[in-house]
Design a protein around this ligand. Structure first.
Ligand code: C2E
Ligand code: MG
Ligand code: MG
Ligand code: MG
Length: 288
């Protein structure tokens, strides 16, 4: 191993750790510390009804307020958590915080929480969901867990069991990034899915690209035909919103309605309601 003075980075060769592996280890260590030091944050992005112009709830999206690197998006660190026991710690933190936050919102609003495949299949996941609901007092009907198609694709017996148990309590399940995996139809068939979220890579082109438009129409029809709720992700402008509404899409999420943003803590419910109300007004204004 040789230390590169300018970078302060250790290079290891000949079967040792690669630079990427060293980076990953460092990231894992940092992330572990971040959990202890309370550096993780949940941002919330509004989910709106396209048909009656109301705010339906928020999706919780994790961020890391890093002491030197600033605010990091999940893409910068989630993979490091995915490879080890951090997954369940991080997932537990997210679930607890999201439920506690949502319990302080007006009663009609739901919270969506992303769940990693690995965490879902772990023993104790069902218990964790039950505890997060009990501790926060959030009614199960106000919690929706978002899983990706790959989760569903590799659905092990343990995953199916966990999914069964949480949905029996009244928690609902959304299939995230719908259309991007190979298993969409199998997943819909095997799992008690309540909502599908059409991936933003398709939504982006609905107005200008006939192939995207056809694809989204197909996904909308599939979801509706199976009696599912459909949310279009990644709506960035009003033309897209209008196109989706015209094609019968009831719900949407995207920068056009609000970017992910922090909410005040539960202790500060008065201003939390102000922010919720403001987001609702903004969403409604956009739809007028
Ligand atoms: P996702 O669940 O599909 O979340 C939607 C992502 O699209 C978010 O990125 C959001 O900020 C972004 N987005 C929303 N509207 C728009 C738009 O109009 N335009 C564009 N360009 N982007 C939009 P983010 O926050 O970076 O999260 C990325 C992914 O990380 C999420 O994708 C989800 O798979 C994962 N993730 C986020 N938070 C958590 C978490 O707490 N736990 C787990 N396991 N995964 C998480
Ligand atoms: Mg999601
Ligand atoms: Mg998605
Ligand atoms: Mg995604």
């Amino acid at each position: 191993a040789k230390r590169d003075g300018s970078q302060g980075r250790i290079e290891v060769h000949d079967g040792g750790l690669t630079e990427d592996e060293v980076d990953l280890l460092q990231l894992e260590t940092d992330l572990r510390r971040a959990l202890e030091e309370d550096e993780l944050r949940l941002f919330y992005q509004p989910i709106v009804s396209l048909s009656d112009e109301t705010l339906l709830g928020y999706e919780a999206l994790i961020r890391w307020q890093h002491p030197t690197r600033g605010l990091l998006p999940p893409g910068a660190f989630l993979d490091a958590a995915e490879n080890n026991r951090l997954t369940s710690k991080l997932g537990a933190w997210v679930l607890r915080r999201a439920c506690t936050d949502a319990a302080g919102w007006p009663a009609g609003l739901r919270v969506h929480v992303n769940v990693s495949a690995r965490h879902l299949a772990e023993e104790g996941f069902t218990r964790l969901v039950a505890d997060a609901l009990d501790e926060s007092g959030l009614p199960p009907e106000r919690l929706e867990l978002e899983i990706t198609e790959s989760t569903a694709l590799f659905a092990a017996e343990a995953t199916l069991q966990a999914v069964q148990e949480v949905t029996e309590r009244g928690v609902t399940l959304a299939l995230d990034d719908f259309g991007t995996g190979y298993s969409a139809i199998t997943a819909l068939h095997r799992l008690p899915i309540h909502t599908v979220k059409i991936d933003r890579s398709f939504v982006a082109g609905v107005v200008r690209e006939p192939s995207s438009a056809a694809l989204v129409q197909g996904l909308l029809q599939l979801g509706q035909g199976m009696g599912l709720q459909v949310i279009a992700e990644g709506i960035e402008d009003l033309d897209q919103a209008e196109w989706l509404r015209r094609h019968g899409c009831a719900m949407a999420q995207g920068y056009a309605f609000g970017r992910p943003a922090p909410l005040p803590s539960r202790a500060d419910t008065t201003s939390a309601e102000v922010i919720v109300g403001k987001a609702a007004e903004e969403a409604a204004a956009v739809l007028e």
